[in-house]
Design a protein around this ligand. Structure first.
Ligand code: BGC
Length: 774
């Protein structure tokens, strides 16, 4: 499917919008979102704007349990859907020239440019506006969410008068009167608890109506005229949930007014409620004493380090270069691992759709990215997050009738409780449980941190394995175990029997849990005894029952071929492929009725192929080829999580054009708005899939016999590509050209490139010739 490809210019480091567009404004607001792991926001305007905008400012971990709204209530539905909530708009600075507000919706705008510089994490905007009263101004605005001082945001707004004179009012403000666009009952989630202003400062404290999260926002600002700091008298402007300070000056052509606004956002997640205001003031004081130059330098230093570690350089293809950086940038401004209570929401800080923060996306897609780009503690933290939710996962399973410590992790969660409420997903899309088990396996393999299994992993595995053992049933007719009434990753099919991926994952999970149990018994016998007691776990008994299930699971298959059927009955569907779908009917989820989608053979995202990706070494190349050739043409990739998996598998099969197409589709999904929904926010979690497509697809990175291996190739659209991987404490850098691959490392390590084992000594690069892919 063709993207809308001209939203932004191709540039290796920047996301650039040239020219003002009210129609596309929300798209750019999403695309240029900024954040620092603690907070983030859409790239909305600092000045008031009455055009099309979605003013969104989000604080990590602050959510609202919005009362569930469904047409037909089903027993077992959660009472609420947890939403990441829109919080105080702290960037606001409004300008009034002779009583007319500067508002790009009513002014004549030219020379408009909005730029997100990914190298620095700084958002800038400039334009010329002629207001209805004839005043003409030139504006240059700049802001960032400090990576060094995470509670601090900095806004600089410079306004040059080109034509006109008279009275000017400048009003920096904090506005807590915000609404979530996805609020179920159009309810505003915040109430005000405190506000006051001073001459050049204001404080606004808000509290959520449920759960009592407090957010204090303090601002302090400075006014410069023609580059000199200028004294002023600030007039308080307060209204409900709003604190602003108005400065009155006169203006004439040539005047340059600049406002520097420092804001601190502190929350009750981090401090006692009574201390929040003081903490905000402390943060502002620290920021002020550093000064804007140093503050920016510290922010830059952080990004410089991140890029030094995680950058991927692509030669010869700016579209790919920009895209991979955009994906890495967004991931690292959403989640940095600094706060173990947080997770990675599908939209990060860029929009409200999807609520919640944690989906299977984290384990299946994001974990590999963090695990191989930074210190392994970050990946461990993500896993421990789920360990902490284990009691809730057990409760969740109990609510659905499971027992004896069986755990069903939620499809969507904030605090471990399920908050998703569509029966076909909440109750049926249970493969998410398997992804959590798989992530433990993946992490332990990659890092060799086996202690993790004794400390946390085993308990989670046992809970999940118990769930699978109870979720299957013995079919007399088939003389095999079956799993009925599930939804696989392909959400364009619900309530199916024997989804191959889910069955395969469940069977694997039972075996793996037993393997881990055996390992712990042998290598951590004391801890194992304690764990057996704690979990009432009997290895012998479970081994028998679980192996019986694992060995006798039913896997639907197409007769006479290597193709596993996505589910029972898949072959009854009309035998057509996406090639027969007119472009005008896509995306299906926006064009077709739901029942038509369900009846059709079209697949939303990798399903059988997701299994072939996870368990790559369980299948031969021929089997992969048969399944890829069958399913790819039927897949519409209407989940952002789909093209990346197809790209990796296509690389493995030597389908280089397909691999490249799918890479562009995953990496530029938002930049080029493939799925026509970027206005709602970015697909943050699938951005990790982009990294996977590059490093595991083109780079061919995998583990073989406990060794890091690469089978790198450069797509013909590129001249070269360089990336690095953290593996068991050593960073391995791979530079792949058309003819040669150069490897180096910062410590001794043996790696395999194609079939050659190479020893890297930590100092000297080693070069090998590339081989043709398949
Ligand atoms: C996908 C899910 C995914 C969710 C959040 C849905 O469209 O089908 O697999 O977990 O988006 O990214």
């Amino acid at each position: 499917m063709n993207p809308i490809s001209d939203l932004i210019e191709k540039d290796p480091w920047r996301i650039v919008q040239k020219g003002f567009s009210d129609e596309n404004n929300r798209k750019y607001e999403s695309l240029m979102s900024i954040g620092n792991g603690h907070m983030g926001q859409r790239a909305t305007f600092e000045e008031e704007y009455t055009g099309s905008t979605h003013s969104g400012s989000y604080m990590a971990g602050i959510y609202y349990p919005d009362k569930t709204r469904v047409g037909w209530w089903k027993n077992g539905y959660p009472e609420y859907f947890a939403k990441v909530i829109n919080a105080t708009n702290w960037i606001g600075i409004s300008f009034k020239f002779n009583d007319e507000k500067l508002d790009l919706a009513t002014a004549r705008v030219s020379d408009f440019e909005r730029v997100l510089d990914m190298r620095t994490g700084i958002l800038t905007r400039s334009f010329i506006a002629v207001m209805q009263n004839g005043v003409k101004v030139q504006v240059a605005a700049k802001r960032f969410c400090s990576m060094a001082e995470r509670e601090v945001g900095v806004v600089e707004y410079e306004c040059t008068v080109l034509e006109g004179e008279g009275d000017l009012q400048i009003k920096p403000f904090l506005d807590g009167d915000v609404l979530n666009e996805d609020s179920n009952y159009d309810m505003k989630f915040w109430e005000e608890t405190k506000k006051h202003t001073g001459n050049n400062e204001a404080y606004l404290e808000m509290k959520t109506k449920k759960l009592d999260f407090y957010l204090g926002s303090a601002m302090k600002f400075y006014l410069y005229k023609n580059k000199k700091e200028m004294p002023f008298t600030g007039h308080e402007q307060l209204r409900k949930k709003y604190a602003g300070v108005v400065l009155k000056k006169s203006f004439e052509p040539g005047d340059v007014f600049k406002v520097e606004k420092l804001v601190a956002n502190c929350t009750s997640r981090d401090y006692n409620i009574a201390d929040i205001e003081e903490k905000c003031h402390d943060a502002i004081a620290r920021a002020h004493s550093l000064g804007s130059v140093q503050l920016e330098a510290a922010h830059l230093a952080h990004w410089t380090q991140t890029w030094k570690d995680c950058d991927i350089v692509i030669e010869g293809d700016v579209a790919s270069q920009q895209a991979i950086r955009f994906n890495i940038f967004q991931l690292y401004q959403t989640y940095t691992g600094h706060d173990p209570r947080l997770n990675i929401g599908p939209k990060g800080f860029t929009g409200e759709k999807y609520g919640g923060s944690t989906y299977w996306d984290t384990e299946a897609y994001c974990l590999p990215f963090y695990m191989a780009t930074t210190h392994q503690d970050v990946a461990r933290t993500l896993l421990v997050y789920r360990y902490k939710h284990l009691p809730k996962a057990i409760e969740n399973a109990e609510k659905l009738g499971f027992k004896d410590g069986a755990a069903l992790y939620p499809m969507v969660t904030m605090n471990g409780e399920e908050c998703h409420n569509e029966w076909e997903i909440t109750f049926e899309e249970i493969h998410r449980n398997g992804a959590i088990a798989y992530a433990i396996y993946n992490y332990v393999n990659h890092t060799q941190d086996r202690v993790y299994l004794a400390e946390y992993g085993f308990e989670v595995l046992v809970g999940i394995a118990r769930f699978w053992a109870q979720r299957v049933n013995w079919s007399e007719a088939k003389q095999q175990y079956v799993m009925l009434g599930v939804t696989g990753p392909n959400e364009y099919e619900n309530n199916v029997n024997n989804n191959w991926y889910t069955n395969y994952l469940a069977a694997w999970c039972l075996r793996y849990t037993l393997e881990v149990a055996q390992y712990l018994k042998e290598s951590h016998s004391n801890e194992f005894k304690t764990l057996c007691q704690k979990l009432a776990f009997d290895l012998e008994e479970n081994a028998k029952a679980w192996m019986h299930i694992s060995d006798n699971m039913h896997y639907p298959k197409m007769e006479g071929s290597d193709v596993y059927l996505q589910q029972e009955g898949y072959l009854d569907k009309e035998n057509i492929t996406c090639a027969e779908l007119p472009l005008s009917e896509r995306p299906l989820n926006q064009k077709w009725s739901w029942d038509r989608i369900l009846r059709s053979p079209f697949i939303k995202q990798a399903d059988v192929l997701q299994g072939f990706y996870f368990f790559a070494d369980h299948f031969s190349l021929e089997e992969l080829k048969a399944n890829f050739d069958y399913y790819e043409p039927r897949t519409v990739h209407e989940s952002s999580l789909s093209p990346c998996i197809h790209s990796v598998l296509a690389s493995k099969l030597g389908y280089v054009d397909k691999a490249y197409d799918m890479f562009l589709r995953t990496s530029r999904l938002d930049l080029d708005d493939y799925n026509r929904e970027v206005h709602e926010g970015l697909h943050i979690t699938s951005m990790a899939g982009t990294w996977i497509a590059l490093v595991q697809g083109f780079g061919g990175m995998r583990l073989e016999d406990d060794r890091l291996c690469f089978r790198p190739y450069v797509p013909k659209q590129w001249k070269g590509c360089a990336f690095s991987i953290v593996f068991r404490g050593v960073r391995v850098s791979v530079q792949c050209g058309e003819k040669h691959v150069q490897l180096s490392s910062n410590g001794p390590i043996e790696v395999k490139v194609w079939d050659e084992v190479i020893t890297l000594d930590g100092n000297h690069p080693v070069e090998v010739s590339t081989k043709a892919i398949v």
